[in-house]
Ligand binder design. Structure first.
Ligand SMILES: NC(=O)c1ccc[n+]([C@@H]2O[C@H](COP(=O)([O-])OP(=O)(O)OC[C@H]3O[C@@H](n4cnc5c(N)ncnc54)[C@H](OP(=O)(O)O)[C@@H]3O)[C@@H](O)[C@H]2O)c1
Length: 323
């Protein structure tokens, strides 16, 4: 790119934001003439329109990667759907409208594969986002995310803006939320397994272990989001994910975690707890059409538990290495 770009990354302190920062700062992802600004909630509460405007006025971005969201684990979503709906609606509207008012050339926002309809055919693709109600467990978050796609289309129709969105499947990597109560499924399981081994207690897993998920390594996702910012011209969103063949059950993922952490104790599946959506298999065919060269990391190291920050474990995401 020859034009100077000032890229503001909302949610820059989270799992995905930290991955983009790593790609930009450590992997030479930053091009000449570019300035990257990574925000956390400490720079401004984006639920508040005044604070959102102040942040944009301070940095005057030409481009925005919008990652900030109120995000939680399955059980937190089930308890607080209203809060997830309202906070995310406000954050997204504040960011998109402020970007519009300040003449931002491009916004790439982040949807999620958990916003897809509950009753659907598989694999799910980008055209199916609005084809039915999302899973009841996280309907608040899902509807707020779906509105980003609606707003992107409206900003294009009314003003010709290139505001678009990516749809990642489950993300894993350094800087994830490892909380057992509120963490994402893999990071919470890693921490639980680690604790069970340390304490010599049985490992209790919420649900049956049967749900299936696709996991993308955060650095792979970070590189792809930067590609979308630079190259992808559509308003319609694009799924950023490993292929359907790399979907694993929670039980299979747990096998990998227990192997990686050498946990040999008892495992109890608590089937009184909800499983959430049984699967949400997403197609990455559109991504493959644009980027037939893309490859995904199937092993990641450098995960640490929230408790013992210097305990590094190796964890294999896809089952292929165990075959
Ligand atoms: N993680 C996944 O598996 C996954 C999967 C699909 C899609 N996504 C989407 O990807 C995006 C990034 O997810 P993530 O996993 O990186 O999230 P995360 O680790 O929970 O980070 C959330 C980020 O948003 C910021 N934030 C939260 N509320 C804010 C507010 N009111 N004002 C300003 N900033 C606020 C946080 O700042 P602080 O650090 O200061 O709190 C943090 O930087 C989200 O839009 C999410 O929906 C994630």
């Amino acid at each position: 790119m020859t034009e100077p770009m000032r890229i503001l990354v909302t949610g820059g302190s989270g799992l995905v934001g930290k991955a983009i920062e790593h790609v930009v700062q450590q992997e030479g992802g930053k091009l000449e003439g570019e300035e990257w600004i990574f925000l956390s909630s400490k720079d401004g509460d984006l639920v508040d329109v005044g604070q959102t405007r102040a942040v944009f006025e301070k940095h005057r971005p030409t481009h925005v990667i919008h990652l900030a969201a109120k995000v939680g684990g399955l059980y937190q979503h089930m308890k607080e759907n209203l809060l997830f709906l309202r906070d995310n609606l406000k954050i997204n509207d504040n960011v998109l409208q402020t970007a519009h008012e300040m003449g931002v050339a491009k916004v790439v926002s982040c949807l999620s594969s958990c916003i897809f309809p509950e009753n659907t055919t598989y694999p799910i693709d980008e055209t199916m986002i609005h084809n039915g109600s999302p899973h009841a467990s996280n309907f608040g978050y899902s509807h707020a995310k779906r509105m980003i796609d609606v707003q992107n289309k409206a900003y294009f129709q009314q003003y010709g803006h290139c505001y678009t969105a990516v749809i990642p499947t489950n993300v894993v990597g350094p800087h994830d939320n490892f909380s057992i109560e509120n963490g994402h499924v893999l990071s919470a399981l890693i921490n639980k397994t680690y604790q069970a081994k340390k304490e010599g207690t049985p490992l209790s897993v919420c649900g049956s272990g049967a749900p299936r998920r696709q996991f993308i390594y955060s650095l792979d996702l970070g590189r792809l989001i930067i590609w979308v910012l630079r190259e992808y011209k559509e308003i319609d969103p694009i799924i950023l994910s490993v292929g359907e063949e790399d979907e694993v059950s929670i039980k299979e993922a747990l096998d990998m975690i227990t192997k990686a952490l050498d946990y040999k104790g008892e495992i109890h599946f608590d089937t009184t707890q909800s499983d959430g959506q049984m699967k949400k298999t997403a197609s990455n065919a559109k991504l493959r059409r644009y980027r037939p060269d893309v490859s995904f990391t199937n092993k990641y190291t450098n995960i640490y538990t929230s408790e013992q920050k210097h305990t590094w474990v190796a964890f294999i995401i896809t089952p292929t290495l165990f075959k």
